[in-house]
Write a protein that binds this ligand. Structure first.
Ligand code: VGL
Ligand code: ZN
Length: 193
């Protein structure tokens, strides 16, 4: 980690973990490594962001309204809460996304802080140049957030033990990681950073 680093934890919410409405296989295995990473970033005085999928009850993102997913992460529901064992240090900036009823908004860069500031604006204001990313799901929101981060000129490291994917088609997550690497992302384990 350098002085201009920040950590982004993507969508580690109950609905994406075993027992949830859109469970990622072994999704909860990211909780421990990411909690450890969060402690290290905050201990080093570096900024911490956590995004959450935060959908209205009626959205074109859900099957019943033309989308591809069962209802999940509905605003204010238990499924939308962060996993109870995820250690989010005080000062973590929460980024909500997927709030528009007409868009999938997989990327955390389409989300914003409570006051409306976008993730990109928050990172720029803090002078962040290197974003470390982990969370759920590798093949959707992590992929999309990482590609957007690279497009906005950030250096990006994906935490390989801190991500897990949906794999609707077997291999989707591996292909997503390859795509991120081709676009310029680096891969590392939490212990190696
Ligand atoms: C996500 C599918 C639907 C994600 C969100 O957070 O990766 N995946 N909504
Ligand atoms: Zn969603």
């Amino acid at each position: 980690m350098e002085r201009d680093s920040a950590l982004l934890i993507v969508d580690v919410q109950n609905d994406f973990c075993p027992g949830g409405a859109l469970a990622v296989p072994e999704g909860d295995r990211v909780v421990e490594p990411l909690s450890r990473a969060a402690e290290r970033f905050v201990g080093a005085g570096l900024p911490m962001f956590a995004s959450r999928d935060w959908h209205p009850a009626v959205t074109g993102h859900f099957k019943d309204y033309g989308g591809m997913w069962p209802p999940h992460c509905v605003q204010g529901s238990r499924g939308a809460e962060f996993h109870p064992a995820l250690g989010l240090p005080p000062g973590t900036v929460i980024i909500s996304k997927g709030t528009a009823p007409d868009s999938d908004s997989y990327s955390a860069f389409e989300g914003s802080r409570e006051d409306g500031a976008t993730l990109g604006a928050c990172l720029a204001a803090l002078g962040v140049g290197h974003l470390y990313v982990g969370g759920l799901a590798t093949d959707y929101c992590v992929r999309s957030s990482v590609l957007d981060a690279l497009k906005s000129g950030l250096k990006v490291t994906v935490l390989t033990d801190g991500v897990a994917g949906v794999d609707l088609k077997p291999g989707d997550s591996d292909r997503a990681l390859e795509e991120m690497v081709r676009a310029g992302a680096q891969l590392a384990t939490v212990d190696a950073i």
